[in-house]
Design a protein around this ligand. Sequence first.
Ligand code: ZN
Length: 383
Amino acid sequence: MTAVNRDRIKNLLLELVRIDSLSRRERACAMRLKREMEQLGGVCRFDNAAEKVKGEVGNLIAHFDGTVANVAPLLICAHMDTVSPGEGVKPVVEGDIIRTDGSTVLGGDDKSGCAIICETLHQLRERQIPHGPIDAVFTVCEEIGLLGAKNLDLNLVRAREGLVYDSDAPGYLFIRAPGAMALRFTVQGLEAHAGMAPERGLSAIKIASEAIAAMRLGRIDSETTANLGMIEGGRALNIIPNHVVVRGEARSRDKAKLERQVAHMIQCFEDAVARATVTLEGRQFSASLQYTARLEYEAMNLAEDTPIVRKVVEAARRAGRVVKPEAMGGGCDANVLNRRGLTVANLGTGMRDIHTVREWIDINDMISTTEVTIELIRLHAEG
Ligand SMILES: [Zn+2]
């Protein structure tokens, strides 16, 4: 029963990955997808997210009429932007495996999702598969904080449930994902000559080190992680450094655990800073701390008996595939859309080693995900 057009989905993927589309520069990719949508009978609009994210183009929303009455519209969504190094992608084709030449990412994250959506719509038309209304949404700026989804004009989207295609593992439907906080700590010490007057200084690097050494990091529990990913400070070997900036993040699928972890990280810095004082000419100097903790996105948490989740599992069975609901460690547009009142799960496309120059994908995984989607749409139209 498989009738997915292998050459067409492969060629579209190859074409899309060759179109540069770093975050905020998705215009060329959006125009290509708009053409595809219009050829398929979709009515396309762009929302005004371009102004809000200061990008070239907004989110692309394509409406397709249903062929069956009284069916709720369904969302199928992928993001157009890719990470660096992602310009001038030269895909290397080895049969059904597509790789990069090692100088850039492939951008299968998330051009694979875009191609799956296009091929699904081709199939619906060619095979005259009965379906309800479909909203195909292609977002911008997912990779820089889910900004496209955050600014998506929901007045232009009819669907209130559906799928995002934005994770690696084919055969998995991600229904739980963590919320994330971005953290930035600035420790202010006291500058002094390291050789002549070290007792007159407060080393910001040493203070930060004490804070970090006391901190729980890495995997905190089954649904919580924390990382300090960047550190910057110091001016010269012979100067006691008075300034250091440490940046990191914490993630958890549980809001209270996320807050507890963030509070712990702040406390470690506060304790280390509080211990650092020096008295000079009868005057006491203390180190100081400034920090920011910004919520990047909130957790997503769909129950396994949510209708869309049950339908995807059943659709996979009908397609002769297996799809398992699962939890993931990363955030995506689905996190935002669920918070904005939609019910959206994240179906794997087969993209592998993403955000690296070793990124690759097997066309067979994309075909599998397309087949599951076609069955989902058919099942959904049965009511
Ligand atoms: Zn992605």
